[in-house]
Design a protein around this ligand. Structure first.
Ligand code: GLC
Length: 747
């Protein structure tokens, strides 16, 4: 029996080999489905539940990447379908061999890992990359991450994170693309293309994982893991589009979110995971829960015990249980006692096996188990080139009075001051969800500047204070150093530890000692450039009033120092634009550009309108804002037709001129307002953007085509419709300073 069985299983794999040469979508052919069904027929219930079980390697327990005896026994018993957090081509190869050669069903395992913005070649945090408004570059950056993830034996990255975030108190705002659904959708699709490549079967591609489904960024008060409660209309118009865009771009996996939405935890929501994801969006891949999210259904108090949690999680459409081990341990009894149907288990296994087929693991389980690739690919020169270009384009110039910037190479002495300027805190320059394998891989600001300027410029340096607040004892020394210089470059901001997951903050000022240091530097009367390294919008009212030049540099990754030096000395003209509004203070939050009118639209001259007594409604720096070392002027906004019929598109033209004296790139942004509708509509919505290069004096006509689906919204019946009426067009270099035009949709 055993031999016959073994031959049967081998037959399946050999015949699968024939499939491998085909593309992943072809693999979704009926042949694959037949193969999957024949495998499922051979599996025991425990082996099926094993495919739905994902465990972290002992790395999570002992910081080593080997399996302990218990885990090895589970693997051989077919009780593990995938691993989280195990890396190393040799180690993953060793584990895969046990799965494929020593288990009864010989089903390959998947190795998942959080490769969010690079592995060894760490690129800027996703929020920074989004500020480039350059999806091609973002795709390249994601592909570098996929190549390096493949080199360390990983199959599946838990990225892109595409959660819309309007609240900078939430530390995970660093991991997404900011507050706008259109830009977020463009970046989500770019990252999926980058991770999965043109053909996912090719080496250097990883399975993407769209997360966190859904609306995790809407946590009340920006407090991580907190309650989310939006109308379906807000969900569909603001929070869901980037997930849809990622799935339409071909993402094969989705991760369910920790949070509830309106009373239903996402990881138990059949509306999200089945009605919307499968039935409406036709998603064919698998859903993995977030870390212990299945167990947490008991904390949400919608499950009395772990069996109930497992039943409601799996039944809703969450196929893989990340590290709770509930599916494995509790659901065989649930099936036997008829509390859970066998069909639900089989369908879940089918989805998991389908993804393993798509990734080619049945043909080549060892596709990424190539230890020689680690040496060849990790931190290779070409990857650093991508990281540096990505970092250059992620930088946003917020202020530049009296053209302090770019710094002149004729400057005699530059004082570099601050806890993020030197070589000491380089691991903080890579930001959240990145562990600089070796801080020496990260180029610091002082290294970048020294590499840039000739020895004719004297660089004096002092840390000034710690990143988090300290006694301030070192400030005097730093000021003394600064007084020697012609210009001060202060590099301040956040450590990587106060950004990302479980890093919500109620105070968004610079840490107090850093602020004290900056005020002391200001008192020297020297010209000051403030370079910020942070993973979220900060509250910068004092800085914006008192510091003449401010550069938002985010956490830029291994090439941070070089990219910052490129911009500070003008070898690169900054072109980044904010994809999230900067509030004036925390009390203003949430503040975002695509807000509603309200019945009493803001009028600073009439207190009986929607406003605060102590702060204007406008953010300190608005969505889409970013300066350049040159200037751009907009004129001649025209629409192809003053009136269009339903179904027709309209073309909008605008002339953009470089009215300054040096070449630069400009992100031309197109917003629309549906002037009147049967439900309230935002005061404006981003519907298109184009990044163009212009030499001094050069003028280009930029064209946008708006199609009907970009005019559509969810009406009172929650149907997506276009209603007749006028639309106001806004075109400009940010969401505030725009030229206007109008067109009408007529019945
Ligand atoms: C974490 C995060 C998720 C990550 C997962 C695996 O809790 O919420 O983004 O992918 O666990 O590390």
């Amino acid at each position: 029996m055993r031999n016959v069985f073994r031959n049967t299983v081998y037959f399946i794999f050999i015949s699968c080999g024939v499939l491998a040469a085909q593309s992943s979508t072809q693999l979704l052919s009926s042949q694959t489905e037949v193969k999957i069904d024949s495998i499922i027929k051979l599996m025991t219930l425990e082996e099926k539940l094993g495919q739905l079980n994902q465990i972290g390697g002992t790395w999570y327990d002992t910081k080593t990447e080997r399996l302990n005896e218990e885990q090895t026994a589970m693997l051989k018993a077919g009780e593990i379908g995938s691993f989280l957090g195990i890396t190393g081509a040799a180690e993953t190869g060793r584990i895969q061999r046990i799965a494929v050669e020593q288990s009864r069903m010989k089903i390959p395992v998947l190795f998942g890992y959080d490769i969010i913005h690079g592995y060894s070649t760490i690129t800027p945090i996703p929020l920074a990359e989004a500020c480039s408004w350059n999806p091609d570059l973002v795709e390249q950056s994601a592909h570098v991450a996929a190549i390096e993830g493949s080199a360390i034996g990983v199959h599946w990255t838990y990225a892109p994170m595409v959660d819309i975030a309007r609240d900078p108190r939430w530390g995970r705002i660093a991991e997404g693309s900011g507050e706008d659904p259109y830009l977020g959708s463009v970046m989500a699709a770019a990252r999926v293309r980058g991770f999965q490549g043109k053909n996912i079967l090719e080496y250097g591609s990883l399975l993407a994982c769209v997360k966190h489904f859904a609306a995790y960024g809407g946590a009340e008060a920006g407090r991580d893991y907190n309650t989310v409660d939006f109308s379906e209309r807000t969900l569909r118009e603001i929070y869901l589009p980037p997930y849809k865009a990622a799935i339409d771009a071909g993402a094969w996996t989705v991760m369910s979110a920790f949070n509830e939405i309106g009373g239903v935890p996402s990881s138990a929501s059949s509306w999200l995971m089945t009605d919307l994801l499968r039935d409406e969006w036709n998603f064919k891949g698998l859903v993995v829960s977030d870390y212990t999210a299945i167990m947490e259904l008991m904390n949400h108090r919608i499950a009395k015990d772990s069996t109930e949690a497992g039943i409601v999680g799996l039944s809703s459409g969450v196929e893989i249980d990340m590290v709770s081990r509930i599916y494995l341990r509790k659901l065989s009894e649930a099936v036997r006692s008829k509390k859970l149907s066998q069909e639900i288990v089989d369908e879940a296994v089918r989805r998991v096996l389908r993804v393993k087929f798509v990734y080619g693991l049945f043909d080549d389980p060892y596709r990424n188990a190539k230890p020689e690739k680690e040496k060849e690919l990790l931190l290779k020169k070409e990857h650093r080139v991508v990281a540096r270009e990505m970092a250059q384009h992620s930088i946003v110039l917020l202020k530049n009075e009296k053209d302090i910037l770019p710094l002149k190479k004729s400057t005699k002495t530059i004082a570099l001051i601050g806890p993020l300027a030197g070589n000491e805190n380089r691991s903080d320059l890579v930001g959240a969800w990145a562990w600089a394998r070796n801080p020496n891989d990260v180029v610091s600001v002082i290294q970048g500047i020294k590499a840039k300027v000739s020895s004719s410029i004297k660089i004096v340096y002092d840390k000034g204070c710690e990143i988090e607040s300290d006694s301030g004892a070192r400030i005097k020394q730093a000021v003394k150093i600064a007084k020697q210089a012609d210009v001060i470059v202060a590099v301040l901001g956040e450590s990587q530890h106060v950004s990302g997951e479980a890093a919500s903050k109620s105070n968004l000022d610079l840490p107090s000692t850093q602020k004290e240091l900056l005020k002391a530097l200001k008192k020297t009367g020297k010209p000051i450039v403030l370079v910020l390294m942070n993973g979220r919008p900060l509250t910068l009212e004092w800085e914006s009033e008192n510091i003449p030049a401010i550069v938002e540099a985010w956490h830029l990754g291994v090439e941070a120092g070089n990219a910052i030096a490129d911009v500070l000395f003008g070898d690169v003209n900054p072109s980044g634009k904010l994809t999230v509004s900067f509030p004036r203070n925390v009390g203003q939050i949430p503040v975002y550009y695509n807000h509603k009118s309200t019945g009493r639209p803001y009028n600073p001259k009439d207190k009986y309108t929607s406003q605060f007594l102590d702060v204007p409604n406008s953010p300190l720096y608005p969505f889409g804002f970013g300066l350049s070392y040159t200037t751009f002027s907009y004129s001649n906004v025209t629409v192809s037709s003053a009136a269009i019929k339903k179904g027709q598109s309209v073309t909008i033209l605008v002339d953009v001129e470089n009215s300054g004296n040096r070449a630069g790139e400009e992100v031309v942004q197109l917003y629309l307002r549906d002037d009147f509708a049967t439900v309230t509509r935002p005061v404006k919505e981003l519907k298109g953007f184009k990044k163009i290069s212009l030499n001094p004096g050069e003028k280009k006509t930029v064209e946008f085509t708006i199609t009907q689906d970009q005019l559509a919204f969810y009406n009172l019946e929650m149907k997506k419709v276009v209603e007749p009426g006028t639309f106001t067009v806004y075109v400009g270099g940010n969401s505030v300073d725009c030229k206007e035009a109008v067109f009408e949709v007529v019945d």
